[in-house]
Design a protein around this ligand. Structure first.
Ligand code: C2O
Ligand code: CU
Length: 518
């Protein structure tokens, strides 16, 4: 049988990987990638109320035989998740087969706290291997879920993930599948969820949905929104093409697993944690009223100060937190505000551009209630963000993301899980240059383990949410960014990946491996 590397040279790479390495059946999938599948007429907008993923509840470690125990005095919460197939009522009529953490998509939200450890037992009840990545986490290498074959969980087995939550600040993380070569398929099928890392510092800000709102009825006021695009066949089933290496672009838009949902709000402030959970699609988000909102957070924490804006771009895997004030609208049965996408994108190459004349409503806010509001958006938000000094920089590295023979490479190499591309000293401060080799392809590059600040893009400072602590860096064709971090954390030694988060590019090996050593 050919090796994965041989297969990389052939157009059959992904399908062969799927067949031989995971046992996933693909003969039911449309081999035209769903590009010619017309939008399913049963996907009617604004029918379904926005689903809010349930918070995951802890279990006693006594129910988890063999689970790691700790005697270091750090409080530890235990969770147990079954990763399984299920039927979901997404469209009217026939239910859709999905893959879900606990059989739901998006999966349950982890209620993590800075300084409090979490242990999650993930049991694989799917027919093929899985690997769970905690995206945004400052995670020990063996629990990180980097796309390494030795970390995969075979069917019927489980793995215990330890999350120390010893990051610098609270943030909106997420978790998703990261199985080598088939991440795109597995995430597309539904393997993604939120991971809220709370902190006392953030609680004290009195943001909407924080402790200040604990006894206010009519919530939630702190609302996750995961943006995803999907394609459904006439039978209401998901359509994915393992031969499409450009990046999956669907024709139906979901938020929190529902097609263009509606959400009833009061005339007050709400915090929205927006996650782009799409495989390859970019969005440009604005409100149909044209009103501004406060951008308060980015991938790995809140900003130092809120930024008022009317729109933002969000690439695959990025998180942007905003506060929207609905007190400008008079509550009533016909008071609707839409969350619009004005980014036009027809293929995985990247967005065609923003067209404000063609807003597409991703969801509808129905401003229908009068609800008190004691929350604020203070002028100073996160005070605990790390400081990385240029004077301390001990290494500079450069990674170029290039297309080659219809596949995807970093520094002219395909990902090889047995090759270390960079060895990083613990506590080193480093500047990485991330460069897009060109050709008009977008690459949203993600680095595991650490948050970074962007020093510049093509020589200019970045603005908006990109000025915050980040782990995804959008590179348009020919773009170059410099990013800085410090590799702190003596528990976080070992191997971590970095890669394009256009997941089809990642699966076609646009990925590298770094190792942190003491
Ligand atoms: Cu969100 Cu390595 O991934
Ligand atoms: Cu890419």
């Amino acid at each position: 049988m050919p090796t994965r590397r041989d297969l990389l040279k052939t157009g059959l790479y992904s399908s062969a990987a799927l067949l031989h390495l995971t046992g996933v059946r693909f003969d039911t999938w449309a081999l035209d990638g769903g590009k010619n599948v017309p939008p399913n007429p049963k996907a009617t907008p604004f029918q379904v109320a926005l689903p809010i993923p349930a918070a995951k509840t802890p279990v006693s470690p006594d129910t988890l035989p063999g689970v790691p125990r700790f005697s270091d005095g750090i409080p530890t919460d235990y969770f147990s998740v079954n990763v399984q197939q299920a039927l979901a009522q997404i469209l009217s009529g026939k239910q859709t087969l999905i893959w879900g953490y606990d059989g739901v998509t998006p999966g349950p939200t982890f209620p993590a706290r800075l300084g409090r450890r979490i242990v999650v037992r993930q049991t694989n009840r799917l027919p093929s291997n899985i690997n769970v990545h905690h995206h945004g986490g400052h995670t020990q290498s063996l629990s990180d879920g980097s796309a390494l074959p030795e970390l995969e969980i075979p069917p019927g087995q489980f793995r215990d993930y330890i999350y120390d939550n010893d990051d610098d600040v609270g943030a909106t993380h997420w978790y998703h599948d990261h199985t080598l070569d088939v991440t795109g398929h597995n995430v597309f099928m539904g393997l993604a969820g939120f991971y809220f890392l709370g902190s006392t510092t953030v609680d004290a800000l009195n943001l909407p949905g924080g402790p200040v709102d604990a006894n206010v009825p009519g919530g939630p006021f702190d609302v996750p929104l995961v943006l995803q695009d999907r394609t459904f066949d006439a039978n209401n089933q998901l359509v994915y093409n393992p031969f499409d290496h450009d990046g999956f672009i669907g024709n139906t838009f979901l938020i929190n697993g529902a097609v263009q949902p509606k959400f009833r709000v009061g005339n007050r402030k709400y915090r929205f944690r927006v996650l782009n959970g799409s495989n390859a699609r970019f969005y440009q988000i604005s409100l149909s009223s044209g009103r501004s909102f406060q951008i308060i957070g980015s991938d790995d924490g809140l900003l130092k100060a809120p930024i008022e804006d009317t729109s933002f771009r969000i690439g695959p895997a990025e998180r942007v937190e905003i506060v929207v004030d609905f007190s400008f609208y008079v509550p009533g049965p016909n008071t609707h505000v839409f969350l619009n996408n004005t980014m036009v994108q027809t293929e995985g190459r990247g967005p065609d551009g923003v067209d404000p004349t063609q807003p597409f409503p991703l969801m509808r806010f129905d401003v229908a209630a009068t609800i008190p509001d004691n929350s604020t958006v203070p002028a100073v938000l996160e005070t605990g963000l790390p400081i990385f000094n240029r004077a301390d920089v001990s290494a500079r590295r450069s990674f170029e993301f290039v297309r080659s023979d219809g596949a995807w490479q970093v520094n002219n190499k395909f990902f090889d899980p047995s090759r270390i591309d960079a060895t990083v000293k613990l506590n080193a401060t480093e500047i990485w240059t991330l460069k897009n080799g060109g050709g008009g392809w977008f690459h949203p590059v993600h680095i595991h383990r650490n948050g970074f600040f962007i020093l510049d893009r093509n020589g200019s400072p970045v603005s908006g949410h990109e000025s915050g602590l980040k782990d995804v860096f959008v590179l348009a064709g020919g773009d170059q960014v410099h990013v800085i971090t410090k590799f702190t954390g003596a528990k976080q030694l070992g191997k971590y990946v970095f890669h394009c988060h256009n997941i089809e590019h990642e699966d076609m090996r646009m990925m590298g491996l770094f190792k942190v050593v003491a």
